[in-house]
Structure formats: structure tokens, C-alpha cells
Write a protein that binds this ligand. Sequence first.
Ligand code: GLP
Length: 240
Amino acid sequence: MKLIQVEDYQDMGKKAAEIILDRVRNTENIVLGLATGGTPISTYENIVQDHQTNGTSYQHVTSFNLDEYIGVRPDHPNSYHTFMYKHLFHHINIPQEKIFLPNGMAEQQQECRDYEQRIREHGGIDLQVLGIGENGHIGFNEPGTAFDSTTHVVDLAESTRQANARFFESMEDVPKQAITMGIGSILRSKEILLLIAGEAKSKALAQLLDKQVDEQFPASALHHHANVTVIADKAALQHT
Ligand code: GLP
């Protein structure tokens, strides 16, 4: 696991975009795994800015998002589908038919199988972007999730619902379930870029860098992967 230390959230976005752009420019038919949440927004801003100034093309890019809320329509303001179009897809020239997110309105078990199958049919993910939850979750894989799990339905931890409540009008509006790529699905990516910023994530980062592998701390599964880069800012690094 390689660690890149940056000054702050904005610098993290610049560094992460630099790495993603390098892979996008130099890989034929690249498959990206993308994340939502507050963490990757500065990264997406830098990608959009580069597209506007340098014209980097996304015609050859396929993307799979990590997760989506269950019972939330794709066009709902709080869906991850809406988030991705708002922060990234509307602003770059990625073909519509190459964008994949789990469908939170579909028959769940079938959708999980289909999503996993679609990733496989595209040759797997070349570069997976990840954030981390304060409890160490990746995607929506909460503590206790098996490391060999594939795309599945999860009941969200109360702490995760509270952390995400800021995106909703009230706590009751925060969905209780989601579909997420599993830890096993994530570990099959060829390369992983984990972004960690802010004091709230400092304990999770310290635990990750502790190198103890434990199913109660989902991100520790990344120690089983040979090509992981962590970009962390000073605020997140303060307990290390
Ligand atoms: C959310 C998402 C994760 C994300 C994490 C951290 O619940 N499902 O993919 O990495 O929690 O979110 P944030 O970046 O907003 O802190």
C-alpha cells in the first residue's frame, strides 16, 4: 500500500485527478470504478476542469459506480445516479451507454447478479476510486462483510445513515438499504485509489495504516491487494 501525503482536500483532488487522467489517457477501453460522497467531489471538479481546458476524451471510458440506495429512483435528487451526473457525467464526453450504476428500483437479487456479470463482461475494473466511512466501510460494505463478497444488498448502519443525512432533508428520508459492490468485487480491480480527507476520517486512516486485517474493519481488506494507493491529507493523517 502506497501512501501519498497531501496538504488538504483540494490538493487531494488535484493529485487523485492527476492519477486518474494518466490512466484514462494511456489505457485503451479503460473501465473506471467510481465512488460518491463528499470525498471525491474535488477530484471530479479537477477532471471536469481538465476536460474543459485540455479536452481529455472519455469516449473510450466505461464506468461502474460502487453503490446506490434501494428504493430511490435514478432521477431522484438524492440518488447516486443524480450525484454522478451532477458532479461528473454531465460535464465530460463519456458515452451514456458506458455508464453503469446499480439500479435501486430493480428486483434486488437479480440486479446484484446482473451488475456483477456486467462488470465481468467488460473485463473487470482497471482503476477503482474509493472513499472510506468513519467505521472503515468501503462502498457500503459495513463492518462484518465477508472479504469475498460480491454485489449485494446491505442494511445501512445507523452511523452511516447519520453521516449521510447531510445530503437529505431529514433523517427519515435517508434510505435504510443499498446495493453495493462487494469487497471481493472491489479487490478484483486491477488498481485501487483510496481517498481520505478530514479529521473525521483520521481514526479510520490510523487503523488502516496499522495493517491489521479484520472483517470488522472493511478497508483492511485492501492489504490483500497488490496495487493500492492511498491519498490522505494532513487533517486525516493527524493520528498517525
Ligand atoms: C458513503 C458511500 C461511500 C463513501 C463513504 C464516505 O456512505 N457509500 O462510498 O466512500 O460513505 O463518504 P464521504 O466521502 O461523504 O465521507
